[in-house]
Design a binder for this molecule. Structure first.
Ligand SMILES: Nc1nc2c(c(=O)[nH]1)N[C@H]1C(S)=C(S)[C@@H](COP(=O)(O)O)O[C@H]1N2
Ligand SMILES: [Mo]
Length: 407
């Protein structure tokens, strides 16, 4: 402190950005009064997230890989900066499992994430906000962590409930958001893991720690009760969401997730919404493949193949049905192709066409489906013909196909 009358002395400290005393309110430690907060609660929550968050993160990047972003027509980011370029295998339930884990996992983690955020809230109001450039940088990674998590969870959950309701490109934004969050998450783990491991051995009460309330209020909940609330919330979310990915009797319980629709399984984008009309799919409809053209009767006269396969949507739901139609490899003019692009009659929209790798198109169960569960496809499920391939994301199962391009 420099007292009046001593101003002629050279100050020892550089000019302070912030006064010593925090402003009243959340910046004062005494504002935070829960007796539950402390480094060990935060450590347990952090370690739980360290185990479960990577499941959601890794399956998210796998979803990006499944999109085959290096295939021209699927490119969601510049193909030359694609960071996960490999051929997504056609293992029947692969995408249903990875994306089910991604979406259900993300939803189930929300209570744990909120609990973690609640446990460290006094730190977000630390005073002074920063005292050195290094500390300012550390707080910036916190912004990436909290902001990144908020953005990823909010956009992901909204997208899983509604069909791409955003004015921005969700896929691209969620992908770049994932890199921001992952970088901040890794930095946070490197800095905090040793702290968390140490904190579990020390009793909070003996610490003068920013997370320990200096004037604790009476407890309203024991720590066990706190974990009970978090666990029950996660469990309730799991029960009301997971059924749409897992299926079976659980599907009835998935009140927060399942899509309704015709032919008794979910529809993503109806024919009407895609602006596909009866006239476009009537008797004049032909499938074009190079210079050849097939009527529906021509296709039904070819060898028919049946396969029980899931539609596994990026939104996390999946549904397994019995499909019947012509193998894609029977429609290829020759063996010399690298990719196959299905083009829909749908006039507009990113999903009007999608590309498969050669390996995916050659799979014995990769079909141009004409029927499902023994009946002609309904309009909403892609009549007169749609793609269905084992293991791929639903976005690659193009409906109302008008042309196949083997390139
Ligand atoms: N032409 C076209 N095909 C499409 C779509 C679309 O919007 N347009 N949506 C895709 C998506 S995201 C999914 S999950 C599946 C859903 O198929 P279903 O409506 O038969 O269940 O169709 C795919 N095929
Ligand atoms: Mo989808």
């Amino acid at each position: 402190m420099i007292r009046a009358g001593t101003a002629h002395r050279t100050p020892v400290h550089p000019v302070k950005l912030f006064p010593d005393t925090p402003p009243p309110g959340p910046f004062r430690r005494s504002f935070w009064r829960s007796p539950l907060r402390g480094p060990s609660l935060t450590a347990v929550l952090g370690l739980l997230l360290l185990v479960f968050l990577p499941v959601v993160m890794v399956t998210g990047f796998l979803s990006h890989a499944a999109y085959e972003p290096d295939l021209g027509r699927n490119a969601i980011v510049r193909p030359d900066i694609d960071l996960v370029p490999f051929d997504w295998p056609t293992w029947t339930y692969l995408y249903a499992v990875t994306q089910g884990l991604h979406v259900v996992g993300g939803i189930v983690l929300v209570p744990l994430l909120l609990a973690k955020l609640w446990s460290v809230i006094p730190r977000l109001f630390a005073w002074p906000p920063w005292s050195s450039p290094a500390q300012a940088l550390e707080r910036l990674t916190l912004l990436g962590l909290v902001g990144g998590a908020g953005f990823q969870f909010a956009t992901g959950i909204v997208n899983a409930q509604l069909y791409y309701p955003f004015t921005f490109n969700f896929v691209v934004a969620h992908y770049y958001g994932a890199w921001v969050f992952t970088a901040a998450f890794l930095a946070h783990v490197v800095v905090k893991l040793p702290v968390a491991l140490r904190a579990r051995k020390v009793r909070d009460e003996v610490l003068d720690h920013v997370l320990v309330a200096p004037e604790p209020a009476k407890p309203t909940l024991s720590r066990r009760g706190f974990f009970g609330v978090v666990g029950l919330s996660s469990g309730a979310l799991a029960v009301t969401w997971a059924g749409q990915s897992v299926g079976g009797p659980l599907r009835q319980l998935a009140v927060l997730g399942t899509r309704g629709g015709g032919q008794s399984f979910p529809v993503n984008k109806t024919a009407a919404a895609a602006r596909v009309t009866q006239a476009m799919v009537g008797s004049a409809w032909r499938l074009r493949v190079g210079d050849r053209s097939y009527s529906r009767a021509d296709l039904l006269a070819m060898p028919q193949h049946r396969a029980t396969l899931p539609i596994a949507c990026v939104e996390g739901w999946s549904t397994t049905q019995d499909w019947e139609g012509v193998r894609l490899r029977d429609l290829a003019p020759d063996d010399a192709f690298g990719t196959m692009t299905a083009v829909s009659l749908q006039p507009r929209g990113v999903l009007r066409q999608a590309s498969l790798t050669r390996g995916q198109a050659l799979d014995g169960d990769a079909l141009l489906a004409l029927k499902v569960n023994g009946e002609d496809l309904s309009m909403d499920h892609g009549f007169p013909a749609r793609i269905i391939v084992p293991g791929l994301p639903g976005v690659h199962c193009t409906k109302w196909v008008g042309e196949l391009v083997f390139a």
